[in-house]
Design a protein around this ligand. Structure first.
Ligand code: PEP
Ligand code: CO
Length: 437
């Protein structure tokens, strides 16, 4: 399901051959490191922050954009560390989030009907026949853009951009004008003090502990592309080897392709990466047990993550059913809340948006429901950007419905801007602290 229809099968085959020959983006030992860390999160000893664009764009593969996304994720994770009192695992929806599922195969404007935009790996958003034609060459451009993005991220992180001793490196200018400024500064000071305490009193050099890792994730939607990036690599579970998707550390399957007997689940079954499965309101019957049996027959902590996205209005009725199913199946899965995709609304003017209040309301309920059922929410999955966009409504200084036109640039789903994202992190940190999570 959700696969583009290419006109030239030979051209596609040629592109896939070339993709298979190119170096991968990540290595199997990094993938297994994330898997271990996710096992820690599943056991309640770490917390996951997964975030980034709904759909990355090739045109936005620029140093400023990449650095800003990294900054907002870092700042959020600092705040979450303080609230959660445990390590935060940072996973970007970046370096390959270029393929999008769509609810309709075609889009009609006026009398004209064209294929839907399916992400920059497939076609282009402009409403012309030429732009909307699925072009296999874009898969190569996507792989290259993903490599450029990841290369810059690795270089920034290695160069000390993410050094916890220097939180001033990742300050965003706006913090000085934000109503959250003082609270944010206090949290940064707390982190500085904790580092000094460790180094001076405990004698631990925080060089290692102060260093920050970023992992990458995207929706494993375009099966031919994902297969071409799947390699037999060392350190797997079969005679020291195994099959890994080396285009991302953490591929996930989206709501529209998550059928337990579907091709996407069949693909994920065969790789050793940690994998995510999105769950929506329709997926809380016996699907949960079927996903567990298919994808995680050994019940290995770190292997399987459920990313639930029910919406603030539906989560109270649906999440407990999903958890019951999983518990009955003896699951050790990690649970992450995506408070974005169940809360998408249309304004009266036909603009796709989300309300900050709904987003936080869903996360808050998620914490309470997991706790009431004897387990823990292990992370959050957020669509956000480091840019000052106006796509979601609300938050302390956030846009109103009238403001949406000012800086709305997403081609797919509305994202939190940097200020809204940080405010959400504050609220989540407070909630975790208050609950002693
Ligand atoms: C997404 O994560 O952008 C997405 C399409 O989500 P879902 O599959 O949960 O609808
Ligand atoms: Co989205």
């Amino acid at each position: 399901m959700q696969q583009p229809e290419y006109q030239d099968a030979e051209e596609l085959a040629g592109v896939l051959r070339e993709l298979r020959r190119l170096p991968p983006l990540v290595s199997s030992w990094e993938v297994l490191l994330l898997r271990q860390q996710l096992a820690e999160a599943a056991a309640g000893r770490a917390f996951v922050l997964q975030g980034g664009d709904c759909a990355e764009r090739f045109i936005y593969c620029t140093p400023e954009r990449i650095a800003n996304t990294l900054k907002v994720l870092l700042q959020m994770s600092l705040v979450l560390v303080v609230g959660a009192q445990r390590p935060v695992i940072r996973i970007g929806r970046f370096a390959g989030q270029y393929a999008k599922p769509r609810s309709a195969d075609t889009e009609r404007r006026g009398g004209v009907e064209l294929p839907s935009y399916r992400g920059d790996n497939v076609n282009r958003p402009e409403f012309t026949a030429e732009a909307r034609r699925p072009d296999p060459q874009l898969l190569l451009r996507g792989h290259e853009r993903a490599a450029l993005t990841l290369n810059f991220i690795r270089s920034l992180v290695k160069g000390g951009f993410a050094d916890l001793h220097h939180p001033e490196y990742f300050d965003l200018d706006w913090v000085d004008y934000s109503p959250l400024r003082d609270e944010y500064r206090r949290m940064v000071d707390t982190i500085g003090e904790a580092l000094r305490f460790m180094e001076n009193v405990l004698g631990v050099r925080a060089g290692e502990t102060g260093r920050i890792d970023f992992f990458t994730a995207h929706e494993a939607l375009h099966l031919a592309y994902e297969e071409a990036q799947t390699r037999c690599a060392p350190r797997g579970s079969f005679e020291g080897k195994g099959w890994f998707n080396l285009a991302a550390h953490f591929p996930w399957v989206g709501l529209r392709t998550n059928h337990p007997e579907g091709a996407h689940i069949e693909y994920l079954r065969g790789i050793e990466n940690p994998i995510g499965v999105k769950i929506g309101v329709e997926g809380t019957g016996d699907e949960v047990a079927r996903w567990i049996d298919t994808l995680d027959p050994q019940r290995t902590p770190g292997r399987l993550t459920f990313i639930h996205r029910f919406g603030a209005k539906r989560i109270a009725e649906t999440l407990p059913r999903a958890i019951e199913q999983a518990q009955a199946a003896g699951s050790t899965a990690l649970w992450v809340c995506d408070p974005m995709h169940g809360n998408t609304k249309m304004t009266s003017g036909g603009v796709k948006t989300r309300h900050f209040a709904d987003i936080y309301a869903e996360v808050e309920q998620a914490f309470d429901i997991h706790r009431a059922m004897g387990q823990q929410l292990g992370g959050v999955h957020i669509e956000l950007t480091g840019e000052n966009v106006t796509e979601c409504i609300g938050g302390a200084g956030g846009p109103t419905e009238e403001d949406l036109a000012r800086a709305y640039e997403s081609e797919v789903d509305p994202r939190l801007n940097h200020e809204q994202a940080l405010e959400l992190a504050f609220l989540i940190a407070r909630k975790m602290k208050a609950a002693g999570e």
